[in-house]
Design a protein around this ligand. Sequence first.
Ligand code: KIV
Length: 276
Amino acid sequence: MYVQNADAPARKPVTVPRLQAMKADGKRITMLTAYDASMAWQLESAGVDVALVGDSLGMVMQGHASTLPVTLDHMVYHTAMVARGLSATLLVADVPFMADRDLVHALEAGARLVGEAGAAMVKIEGAAPHILEAIEALVARAIPVCAHLGLTPQSVHKFGGFRIQGREQDAADRVLAEAKAVQVAGAGMLVLEGVPTALGERVTRALSIPVIGIGAGPHCDGQVLVIQDMLGITRGKRPKFSKDFLAGHDSVAAAIRAYVADVRSGAFPAPEHCFD
Ligand code: KIV
């Protein structure tokens, strides 16, 4: 359940149909990760459209080298905390590694993240047959699904590292075909990560659902970043597709407001944050 955040400026709740209307109206969507109530409140207060409890928490909160050790219990714990910091911001939670290994587990993940923790949508990586089946089954049970394609971090070992995807023509065509397949299966939104700008544009134009990019170029319908990256507190090297919004601002709140303004105006991502 959402708990009203009394200190945040009142605004209309962001819903999945509203995000789809934003795409139709050409209004860019802002999304950031949050893993606890205090950061959720910062996102809410800055007018961010979507808060994502990403399984990136395994890396940025738990200190692991990948997202693979994150469990469904971890996701439920963090999603419930974030839900308590939000009122109007739409809450999306990741289905972690192997929690989607078959239909029963995928439905259990959806039920817990939405019913128990308070998410309004779940995000699931890939477009393998069992994932398409899971998307259909979750949507049929009124659980909206955000797909995630391109550089899907749960496939790190398959990819041989966190590598940009879709650089060659056949690989780009495959990502586009997967994007169409997740839309047909019923996904209400797509996160597209780590692909060349031209592919980001192709996918965004081909789909009727919003495409939220992270390292996918400026033509996507919206942008998402991991909050630690955009606050300049990445452990190690900040990814090329991110920007330190705290530099030049005197508070976390001002940095998040700057991110919202730059995504909405199209100033972010700039060419230096993109892949050709
Ligand atoms: O886990 C996460 O934070 C994500 C974003 C990188 C999109 O999936």
